[in-house]
Design a protein around this ligand. Structure first.
Ligand SMILES: [Zn+2]
Length: 267
């Protein structure tokens, strides 16, 4: 499932092809993509519009159009854009420069929502906290979101209103960087631990972006190299890169969770 680094990688690739281009022809082949809106209506409104910017917020791609409409794309499990014919094509964009961009999605959980600008902003604002790599993601903000919460810290940071764009992979990596056990009750973290967690989140996400996200071998995010750099995620039984202790796997908030029992003691 793509998280902030994978979506940011998609954004960069999409922006270089889409920004400034007119959508000459739009086909939406899967009605689930635009549900409850009629895909033929969405395609007809998109056709002829020009793309101003492609941005990202949390795990959403934001395609800003010259009409001031916004196409909000959420890739969910396996959504992604392809620049050559692909399997599981759910939509196709043909551009005024002759380029063809396919949206493929094997599991079909991805969504396209065409909204007016204000509606798109509202949609994002009620679902997402600050961008973790931007200035608004302060120690005070994170401390406030964790305070008085009995939930495991991992569950707390998976909440998109706390850390926009974080998911199962990068939360495990962030907690390892911060030396915090994933099951610690969120409200018990000290100020120093909150500061370490904020740094850990930012470090894990920056590494993911630098390595163009993670390719987990399912064909969804081919080309990423972050999977070779994981410190804990998916590494059960392998030695910790810091202390050599075998990495352990547990379940937290229903999610497979990897951590180092020596570096991340549950105090
Ligand atoms: Zn360790």
């Amino acid at each position: 499932m793509p998280e902030l680094p994978e979506v940011e990688t998609e954004r960069g690739r999409l922006a270089s092809r889409l920004q400034g281009r007119k959508l000459a022809r739009v086909q939406i082949r899967d009605p689930r993509l635009t549900r409850p809106d009629d895909p033929t209506v969405v395609a007809a409104v998109l056709e002829g519009d020009r793309v101003a910017e492609v941005e990202r917020r949390g795990k959403y791609l934001i395609v800003r159009l010259e009409s001031e409409r916004v196409l909000l794309v959420h890739l969910r499990m396996t959504g992604g854009f392809r620049y050559a014919p692909a399997s599981h094509e759910r939509a196709v964009l043909e551009l005024d420069d002759g380029a063809r961009i396919a949206y493929r999605d094997q599991r079909r959980f991805g969504t396209w929502q065409l909204l007016e600008r204000e509606d798109a902003e509202r949609h994002l604002d009620i679902r997402l906290g600050p961008e973790p790599l931007e200035r608004g993601f302060t120690k005070a903000f994170l401390a406030g979101r964790l305070a008085d919460r009995a939930a495991p810290v991992k569950a707390a940071i998976l909440d998109q209103r706390t850390v926009a764009g974080l998911g199962n992979i990068y939360s495990d990596e962030a907690l390892w960087h911060a030396r915090i056990h994933p099951q610690r009750p969120a409200g018990t973290l000290s100020a120093d631990e909150v500061a370490a967690l904020r740094e850990g989140i930012r470090k894990a996400l920056r590494l993911g972006i630098r390595h163009q996200g993670a390719d987990l071998g399912d064909g969804a995010y081919a080309g990423g190299r972050m999977q070779e750099r994981f410190n804990v995620y998916g590494r059960g039984g392998e030695p910790c890169n810091r202390c050599g202790t075998p990495i352990e796997k547990i379940r937290v908030a229903g999610r497979g969770t990897w951590y180092c029992p020596t570096c991340q003691v549950n105090r």
